[in-house]
Design a protein around this ligand. Sequence first.
Ligand SMILES: [Zn+2]
Length: 106
Amino acid sequence: MTSPSVSDCPNCIDPNVMVYDTRMEQHGWRRRRRHCKSCGYKWSTLEIPADELHDLIHLRDQLIVLHQRMTFMLEPSKPRPNGASAGGKSTEHEQTGAIWNPDGVY
Ligand SMILES: [Zn+2]
């Protein structure tokens, strides 16, 4: 069994699809409006240069990492990942980037 093509219908996986509109988008990307002749489903595909897609995927991955780091910094109850096991007392003042007291001690 082969996997469905990007141009197959995402609703019924039928390849009997018609492109009824093609237009240029920003950045020179090409949008194609597609219509499935089997089930009537309509959707769009976007054609962009592979290098630009790879750059966008790389940027997305960097954003995911940054989001995970920021989420970690904003959740004081989570344990530290770098093996800094808390010995009971709050003596972790050397932590870089800490913007609040993670143990809530005043
Ligand atoms: Zn379909």
